[in-house]
Design a binder for this molecule. Structure first.
Ligand code: 5GP
Ligand code: ZN
Length: 147
C-alpha cells in the first residue's frame, strides 16, 4: 500500500481502522455519515479504492458513486430526517474546497431555514457576451477531443 493510502482517513474508514456510521456499501463504493454534518443525514459516498482526485478516479466507479448518491438522496427524502431537497457536492482540488484527498461525493439534506449558503463572487449574475461564451465552449470542446 502506498504511503498516500496509509495516511488517508477515508482508506482507514474503508478498512474499518477508524469508526464510521455506514449507510451503504458494495464491492466498489462505501457511503457513511459525515462526522461534521452540515445538516443531519449528511452522507459521503466514496470509492473503496483510493483515488485522490477525479483525474485519478476510474470513470466507471465515478458513475457508481453518482448512482449510489442518487439512491441515498431518494432514501433521505423517505427517511424521516428533515429533507425537503438535496444538494450533491464534490470538491475536486484544494481551491475547490477539497480537504480530504480521497474522492467523496457529499449528499446534503436541505430544508427551509437550514442556513447553508453558497456565495459566488462579485461577477456572478452578469451575462458575458455570446462570443465570450462561444470561445469558452470551444476551449472545452478542444480539450475534450485531446483527452
Ligand atoms: P471536503 O471539504 O474535502 O469536501 O469534505 C471532507 C469532509 O470529510 C468534511 O465534511 C468532514 O467533516 C469529513 N470528515 C473529515 N474527517 C472525517 C472522519 O474521520 N470521519 C467522517 N465520517 N467524516 C470526516
Ligand atoms: Zn484513501
Amino acid at each position: 500500500m502506498k504511503q498516500e493510502e496509509q495516511d488517508c482517513i477515508f482508506c482507514k474508514i474503508v478498512a474499518g481502522e477508524l469508526p464510521s456510521s455506514r449507510v451503504f456499501e458494495d464491492n466498489q463504493v462505501l457511503a457513511f455519515l459525515d462526522i461534521r454534518p452540515i445538516t443531519p443525514g449528511h452522507t459521503l459516498v466514496i470509492p473503496k479504492q483510493h483515488a485522490p482526485n477525479l483525474a485519478k478516479l476510474d470513470p466507471g466507479i465515478g458513475g457508481e458513486i453518482f448512482k449510489v448518491g442518487m439512491k441515498i438522496a431518494s432514501a433521505l427524502r423517505r427517511s424521516g430526517l428533515r429533507c425537503e431537497g438535496v444538494n450533491l457536492w464534490l470538491a475536486d482540488g484544494k481551491v475547490a474546497g477539497q480537504d480530504v484527498f480521497h474522492v467523496h461525493l457529499h449528499i446534503i439534506p436541505r430544508f427551509s431555514g437550514d442556513g447553508l449558503r453558497i456565495r459566488a463572487g462579485p461577477d456572478y449574475g452578469k451575462m458575458p457576451p455570446r462570443d465570450e461564451l462561444e470561445k469558452q465552449a470551444d476551449s472545452i470542446t478542444q480539450a475534450l477531443k485531446s483527452s
